[in-house]
Design a protein around this ligand. Structure first.
Ligand code: ADP
Length: 363
């Protein structure tokens, strides 16, 4: 049968293990040899025991574990052709020319560059006597499929990325515990959540915690937000509300593109109202912990589909990324989705908020 390799790359997320497990088991089920590559592209470039032959049993008891047990890394070498040539050599040695990459848009972009260069890399390896023409023939084309693991839900074309739901569980638990103590003392809590350039985690956190104010990168507040925020807080106090929650996305900014930080908000409240507030930066708590039921099932569905897709890939098919649309698992062109994701980030940089939101396709 065919050989397939799966690896995780970029930032870790809950559910990545479930996706690896599903890829491996579907490959075994279909009579293929599955490999897991440790430490993402770093392991692919290094070779040796970073390539692990996987069996049905090797991915047992990992579906619930957060992060990624096969490791993830950033890899500078893979950004250069020389590094990618080493990676190609390590793959061809094991007759692997079908890859499933579980990562963010950077990792997926890297895989596509690798795919485009593949033939040239193998020609070089034949010319330098590192591989034989027979080996090249056996691995003629590189087939790639993407699965998006990211707690930020920052990828275009999918309703959810693997890891978002678990991160929201962590955020909910943290906010609930803080809220119960805050309620006893009439306090204002400012909470910073992750999400990089994406306000999804902040927006959902805001709704589920009945927050008074949410700062998102895509929807900067009016320039007089200082005044609006403080008069809202004041009105609520007058109505007898004891607890105030303000959520800030780590990438929050104002209409001029200047960052809005938890410290700034705290200062504004103090200067204008003389009220003290507490800052909680949820940080890495959001990445860890048990994988939610939803992320587990999403990972199973996406991983299984990725294996089928990578096996069905031919020299003429467009590489795909596995996505969730209207609760159905689908394949969409990989680079179209990556380019749209990168266009969102560009629009945010250009302070074209409306364009960013339209591109992202948020209802
Ligand atoms: P993410 O996948 O979460 O967006 P990064 O952007 O850090 O994370 O990418 C992870 C790794 O993917 C990088 O360390 C690098 O090895 C590889 N990669 C990213 N972009 C490229 C690229 N343009 N060319 C080659 N490799 C890339």
């Amino acid at each position: 049968g065919q050989s397939i390799a799966v690896f995780t790359s970029g930032g870790d997320a809950c559910g990545m293990n479930g996706a690896v497990r599903a890829c491996v088991r579907m490959a075994v089920y279909l009579g293929c040899q599955a490999f897991m590559i440790r430490e993402g592209y770093q392991g692919m470039v290094q070779g040796g025991d970073q390539f692990v032959k996987a069996t049905w049993a090797s991915v047992s008891s990992i579906i619930h574990v957060g992060g990624t047990i096969i490791g993830s890394a950033r890899c500078k070498e893979f950004m250069e052709r020389e590094g990618r040539k080493k990676a190609a050599y390590n793959l061809v040695q094991r007759e692997i020319n079908r890859l499933i990459v579980i990562g963010g848009d950077g990792s997926l972009t890297g895989a596509n560059i690798f795919r485009i260069e593949w033939t040239g890399l193998l020609d070089d390896l034949v010319a330098s006597g590192k591989i034989t023409p027979q080996q090249r023939e056996k691995c003629k084309d590189l087939h790639i499929v993407g699965v998006v693991g990211s707690i930020d839900n920052d990828f275009c074309g999918t309703d959810l990325t693997i890891g978002t739901d678990s991160a929201l569980h962590r955020i909910t638990e943290a906010i609930d515990s803080i809220a119960s103590t805050a309620y006893s003392h009439q306090r204002i809590f400012i909470m910073e959540v992750m999400g990089r350039h994406c306000g999804y985690l902040a927006m959902v956190s805001g709704i589920i915690s009945e927050a008074d104010y949410v700062f998102c990168p895509e929807a900067p507040p009016p320039l007089d937000w200082h005044e609006r925020l403080c008069s809202k807080l004041q009105k609520e106090r007058e109505c007898g509300q004891r607890l105030n929650i303000i959520i800030i996305a780590e990438g929050a900014n104002d209409l001029n593109g200047e960052p809005i930080t938890a410290q700034m908000v705290k200062q504004v409240i103090f200067d204008r109202l003389g009220w003290d507030s507490r800052i909680t930066v949820l940080g890495h708590v959001q990445r860890g912990g048990a994988t939610s039921a939803y992320d587990r099932i999403l990972a199973c569905r996406m991983g299984a589909e990725a294996t089928v897709a990578v096996l069905e890939s031919t020299a003429t098919t467009t590489p795909v990324v596995i996505v969730l649309v209207n609760n159905q698992i689908e394949r969409i062109p990989l680079m179209g989705a990556v380019e749209r994701t990168q266009a969102v980030n560009k629009a945010l940089q250009d302070k074209d908020w409306a364009k960013a939101i339209a591109l992202r396709g948020v209802a």
